[in-house]
Design a protein. Structure first.
Length: 136
């Protein structure tokens, strides 16, 4: 096949042109794959941090509701009123221990770090999108 290509200059030129286009397409596909990987990674980081934040906030909010409900039931019991609710254990009524406070601080710091990371990734994505739009 090469013998025929070398003999005809038009065929040789067309084959070289075809190779050039093939390399250009492969390069574009590689860049597209890389951008897609970065986008998915950023989306997973942002989504994960938002999901973690939602989970933490919802669990903290439910704990506060339980504490308020237990305090209301306890106050009603102390006042001599009859309550149909079951009194919860005294663990919720006690002051938070050092370990509970430390755990809450760690959760808060982890949430702040994840939100900061998500903010940075979102800013990077928006910058790349802005520069891409300007180049278009």
């Amino acid at each position: 096949m090469e013998l025929l290509e070398t003999q005809d200059p038009d065929k040789k030129r067309l084959v070289e042109s075809s190779d050039r286009h093939k390399r250009a397409l492969e390069k574009e596909i590689g860049q597209l794959t890389e951008k897609t990987d970065r986008f998915l990674t950023n989306a997973l980081i942002i989504g994960g941090s938002l999901a973690l934040t939602y989970f933490i906030v919802s669990s903290l909010a439910s704990r506060k509701r339980k504490k308020r409900k237990a305090a209301t039931i306890q106050a009603a019991a102390n006042a001599g009123e009859s309550s149909s609710g079951v009194l919860e254990s005294g663990e919720d009524d006690a002051a938070p221990s050092f370990i509970n406070k430390l755990g809450a601080k760690i959760v808060d710091q982890a949430t702040l770090m994840l939100l900061s990371l998500a903010r940075e990734k979102l800013a990077e994505y928006l910058e790349t999108r802005k520069s891409r739009d300007e180049n278009s």
